[in-house]
Structures are given as structure tokens and as C-alpha cells.
Design a protein around this ligand. Structure first.
Ligand code: HEC
Length: 242
């Protein structure tokens, strides 16, 4: 037997061929993928319009504006009566609304709140529907809020917004309870309920001209204090009511 050269492959010839083919296919796939990715970014769509299409779009827009007349130079003309009509229909945003309008709006909101209902829901459980309170536990508001108003109207707002904690004396009776803060009530609710407590049991009559009803703005102004019931008690001390 003649000597045959011994060829040894670590990998078979078949495998080398297969590897070459797979490698080539792989490269093509990668190149294709890169190409696709490069073109994936959204490009937006543009459409060239010829003159008649352009005119048609303008006419359609004109139709939507209704009542505007397109002039040859591209400007638009609108009939003043029609413009006023559009203002009436669609409303107009007046950025220079006079300040009076805002307080009128506030007053309208205030007028829509039933102060008696708010008192019934938020205060009557403790101070009673009669406003007489419970001696030794809950001080009266009837016949007492007028004195507090005369000392400082804002104090009444502060009691409602921040509550009250600490010993007080009302009509010779001592109270040392805790009134919860009711700051979650809206400005209009607080104003309306205080107006109710002052007018309902005759306090307003005693005050006469000294009483001018609370406005929501008065309540809002007290919110920035960020007080606690103890702070309100301290303020009460300054009023020298006892
Ligand atoms: C959970 C019971 C409770 C509720 C609800 C409550 N109060 Fe009071 N209120 C008290 C107590 C108790 C005091 C006395 C606190 C103290 O002793 O320091 C008080 C004190 C007051 C005072 C101060 C009296 C003073 O002489 O300084 C006013 C005004 C008042 N309440 C009004 C109201 C109004 C208006 C509401 C409803 C928005 C209300 N309270 C809801 C329990 C309550």
C-alpha cells in the first residue's frame, strides 16, 4: 500500500463550508438590519399639492370659519355683525376682565351657599342647632359670635379654619375642650356659615353698622397663617374677651 498523506481536520470540510455559508448569510442579515434601522426613523409624510387641491383646502377651511370671505390676495374679510355673532356663540376670552367681575363672581358663589345647611352639617353636632352649645362642653355661638366679631372678625375665621385648643371662659362658664380644624371647608362655605351664625340669633342686630358680611376673600386671606388650634387660643388671649 502506497503511503497516503494523512489529512487531519479539526473540523470537517463540510463544517467549514457550512460555516462559510452561514457567516455570509449572517453578514448580509446584519447589513440589511442596519439599513432597515437607519430608515425606521419616522420621516413624516409630505404630499405635494397642486394649485387646485390647495384652493380646495382653503375653501374648506373658509367653510369651517363660516362667514369669512377669502380675498384674492389671501387675506380674509369678515362681516362685523357676523363676527359679533361668533363672539356670542363661541364666547371670548377677556384677559383684561375688570376686577369688579371677579368679586361679583365670588358674591354669586357665596349667594349659592346655604350657610344654615353648612352650620347644620359641620357645627350643630357640638354647638347644637339652637346655637346654645352645651354648658361646660361646647360654648354657645348664639349671642356670643357678635362679641367675637366685635373683638376681631378674623378671629371667627381662624377658629373655623384652625380649630381651638386651650381653656376659655364664655359667659362665666369655663371650657377646656378641643374644637377640630375645619379648613377643608371652602372659602364660600366658611363665609356663608359665619354670616349665618351672626344673623340667625340676633348678633348682627346688636352689631348694627359694625357688621358687614364675610366674603370668601376674607376667608382666603386667613389661610396663609397655617395656624394650629393652640395658635388660635393664643390669639384669643390677645383679644381680652374673658
Ligand atoms: C367636635 C365639636 C365641635 C365642632 C364640630 C365645632 N366646634 Fe366650635 N368649639 C368646640 C369646642 C369644644 C370649643 C371650645 C374650645 C376650647 O375650649 O378651647 C369650640 C369653640 C368655638 C368658638 C370659639 C368661642 C370662643 O369664645 O372663642 C367658635 C366661634 C366656634 N366654636 C364655632 C364653631 C363653628 C362655626 C363650627 C362649625 C363650622 C364649629 N364651631 C364646630 C367644639 C366644636
Amino acid at each position: 500500500m502506497p503511503d497516503q498523506p494523512i489529512r487531519q481536520y479539526i473540523v470537517s470540510q463540510e463544517a467549514v463550508k457550512r460555516g462559510f455559508i452561514m457567516g455570509t448569510i449572517g453578514m448580509v442579515v446584519v447589513i440589511l438590519a442596519i439599513f432597515v434601522l437607519m430608515n425606521l426613523r419616522s420621516q413624516g409624510q409630505y404630499q405635494a399639492l397642486d394649485d387646485s387641491q390647495h384652493q380646495a383646502l382653503l375653501t374648506e377651511a373658509e367653510g369651517r370659519l363660516s362667514g369669512f370671505e377669502l380675498l384674492d390676495d389671501g387675506a380674509a374679510r369678515v362681516d362685523i355683525d357676523h363676527a359679533m355673532q361668533l363672539v356670542v356663540e363661541r364666547g371670548v376670552d377677556l384677559t383684561f376682565a375688570p376686577p369688579a367681575a371677579e368679586s361679583e363672581e365670588e358674591s354669586a358663589i357665596l349667594a349659592s351657599v346655604d350657610g344654615g345647611a353648612v352650620y347644620g352639617a359641620q357645627c350643630a353636632a357640638c354647638h347644637q342647632a339652637t346655637g346654645m352649645g352645651v354648658p361646660g362642653a361646647f360654648p354657645p355661638v348664639a349671642g356670643h359670635v357678635g362679641d367675637l366679631y366685635a373683638a376681631d372678625p378674623d378671629y371667627l375665621i381662624q377658629v373655623v379654619l384652625y380649630g381651638l385648643q386651650g381653656p376659655i371662659m364664655v359667659d362665666g362658664t369655663t371650657y377646656n375642650g378641643l374644637m377640630p380644624a375645619l379648613g377643608q371647608l371652602s372659602d364660600a362655605d366658611v363665609a356663608a356659615l359665619l354670616n349665618f351664625t351672626i344673623t340667625e340669633w340676633g348678633d348682627a342686630d346688636d352689631l348694627g353698622d359694625a357688621f358687614s358680611p364675610f366674603e370668601p376673600d376674607d376667608v382666603e386671606a386667613q389661610r396663609e397663617l397655617g395656624w394650629s388650634g393652640t395658635d388660635v387660643h393664643e390669639r384669643r388671649g390677645e383679644l381680652e374677651l374673658d
